[in-house]
Design a protein around this ligand. Structure first.
Ligand code: ASP
Length: 582
């Protein structure tokens, strides 16, 4: 080995040992007679010392030729530092250098390799291998490694098998576009990269494997956002002979284990909230439970008083912002502007201040007496000093708008602490959702999700009313994962495809393999997939997943480091039968 120790390892107890370190030159300071080098590797930084007169001149000359990011091997004795740095684990010692070997030179890096770098996003992506040298990214990848390892340990301990499924498959309709790969040997035909291993894991259940998991790459050709990448990793799982609660309990176990092992946090039993409750009380199927501010419906007390806007609304609904009665005109205007943004789309915002003296001041004083507003406050459990914020309109839209306002207030009041974790299960999702554009039903989760047995009879007559045995794991307002109990019966699966608008022939052509398998003793089964990149980012208290992936793509789906995607040669196109003849 080209080193006896790492750069993060030496302590005061090692004083007088002669050691060899290898690493990158972080910084050189040359102060008159003293020269220091900060030597860095994955494990930390160790300070190296040379002194004019005491160290050999040859050594000093060599040190003066070094630049940032040179790779060197350094030998010397561990000595106690004169001025110690309590912020560094190695801060009590330094090496009294006797020898430097330059293992490789380096150009001056295009940005500083420091915790706070001066490099812009694009530049850091282009030189990702340099960005990855920085501490914050190293810590992110270390966290990722740890979570991956602990996930495997936990699932292994309860009998899950890690089984790989293919990456070259055929399209499965999971809502997103597929990435496709042309087949050279089958000209004109294409593989698709999996959006998830959904059908394979179900086939593994038919094959009797009982408990399957995989930390698996999935591919979706969607527009990108901070929490989306065209390729991402899922903790993908499936179990046979289970009902919904068995799956929820098993993965609740995983979630609690990970928080305990990796963050030292004890998570309470996860609440179960139905989709209907989540929408009614939070206007979202992924409620952030780090704070309350639940919706309160006010139709009863707010309608029939001559305020046309409320009287004509399907829903009048509000939230109570504790302690905000002192909001200024300007602050209230800002909130109104916020809900009126085109992305949110509310027409206006009604406020009611519950003043400290017990009186009310609202933007609708013309229509409502103090008595009336008192009733609102009772419904909303508001106290003197609070501010009630109310929206109205068509139910679904208004709930979505108020959800945005609730989250905004949560941010303003600093109620969304990234070090607090509030996971929950959202259950009883609708099986289908109506799509205005195509004028037909789509599977809300995916077409393999089973309807609740007691709703099965409505599948053909009233499909919109059917609930599914489907569930999401939500943590702090982020959908971390989702799954369902699956259909394992050919007839029901066939019916389901029919409801989704497939002809029998289309269903057979695309999913015949799965429906055929159901005729050979398919056990009842269900599963879940957790977004691993999101989980890691969440553990680090961050929203963007990009810096938790070693080599991510940018917002345009490009890898600017290797410059991909890129054109391919005509010969390659020919070979694949893809050449367009002009
Ligand atoms: N395959 C699903 C997904 O990727 C998860 C599941 O149902 O297990 O969202």
């Amino acid at each position: 080995m080209l080193r006896s120790h790492t750069c993060g390892e030496l302590r005061i107890e090692d004083t007088n040992k002669t050691v060899t370190l290898s690493g990158w030159v972080q910084r050189i300071r040359d102060k008159g007679g003293l020269i220091w080098i900060d030597l860095r590797d994955r494990y930390g930084i160790t300070q190296l010392l040379m002194e004019e007169g005491r160290s050999s001149q040859e050594l000093i000359d060599k040190a003066r030729r070094l630049g940032r990011e040179f790779v060197i091997q350094a030998t010397g004795a561990v000595i106690e530092r004169v001025s110690k740095n309590p912020k560094m684990p190695t801060g009590e010692i330094e090496l009294d250098l006797t020898r430097i070997d330059i293992l490789n030179a380096s150009k001056t890096p295009p940005f500083t390799i420091e915790d706070e770098t001066d490099g812009g996003e694009e530049l850091r992506m282009k030189y990702r291998y340099l960005d990855l040298r920085r501490n914050p990214l190293r810590a992110n990848l270390a966290l990722r490694h740890r979570l991956s390892l602990e996930t495997r340990k936990y699932l292994d301990s309860i009998g899950f098998f890690d089984i790989e499924t293919p990456y070259l498959i055929k399209s499965t309709p999971e809502g997103a576009r597929d990435f496709v790969v042309p087949s050279r040997m089958n000209e004109g035909q294409f593989y698709a990269l999996p959006q998830s291993p959904q059908t394979f894991k179900q086939l593994l259940m038919v094959a009797g494997y009982d408990r399957y998991y995989q930390l698996v790459r999935c591919f979706r050709d969607e527009d990108l956002r901070a929490d989306r990448q065209p390729e991402f990793t899922q903790i993908d799982c499936e179990m046979a002979f289970v009902e919904q609660d068995d799956v929820l309990d098993t993965f609740e176990g995983l979630v609690r284990y990970l928080f305990k092992e990796v963050k030292g946090i004890n998570i309470e039993k996860l609440p179960h909230m139905t989709y209907a409750e989540a929408m009614k009380n939070y206007g979202s199927d992924k409620p952030d439970l780090r704070f309350g501010m639940e919706f309160v419906e006010l139709n009863n007390v707010a309608q029939g008083k001559g305020f046309q806007v409320f009287d004509s609304a399907e829903l009048v609904v509000g939230i109570n912002a504790v302690g905000c009665a002192d909001y200024s005109r300007k602050q209230l205007d800002k909130l109104t502007d916020f809900v009126k943004k085109p992305q949110i789309g509310a027409k206006g915002l009604i406020y009611v201040k519950y003043n400290e003296d017990g009186s009310f001041k609202s933007s609708v004083d013309k229509f409502y007496s103090q008595e009336d507003l008192k009733k609102w406050s009772e419904k909303m459990d508001a106290k003197p000093g609070d501010l009630m914020l109310v929206l109205s309109g068509e139910t679904e839209k208004t709930r979505k708008q108020l959800n945005e306002l609730r989250l905004e207030m949560g941010n303003r009041l600093e109620l969304r602490n990234p070090e607090v974790f509030k996971p929950l299960w959202v259950i009883d999702f609708p099986l289908l959702e109506w799509d205005e554009d195509s004028e037909r039903f789509h599977a809300m989760h995916h077409p393999f999700t089973s309807p609740k047995p007691e709703h099965e009879h409505m599948l053909e007559t009233d499909p919109g009313k059917v609930n599914a045995n489907a569930y999401d794991l939500v943590i702090n307002g982020v959908e971390i994962g989702g799954g369902s109990i699956r259909i394992h019966n050919r007839e029901l699966q066939k019916n389901m495809f029919k409801v989704l608008g497939f002809s029998d022939e289309e269903a057979q052509a695309q999913f015949g393999f799965l429906m055929n398998a159901f005729e050979y003793g398919a056990p009842p089964h269900g599963g879940i997939a957790l977004g691993f990149d999101r989980l890691v980012a969440l553990f680090a208290g961050q929203e963007s997943i990009r810096d938790f992936i070693a080599f991510p793509k940018n917002n345009a789906g490009r890898d600017v480091m290797i410059d991909s995607p890129s054109p391919i040669a005509d010969e390659q196109l020919d070979e694949l039968g893809l050449r367009v003849v002009k």
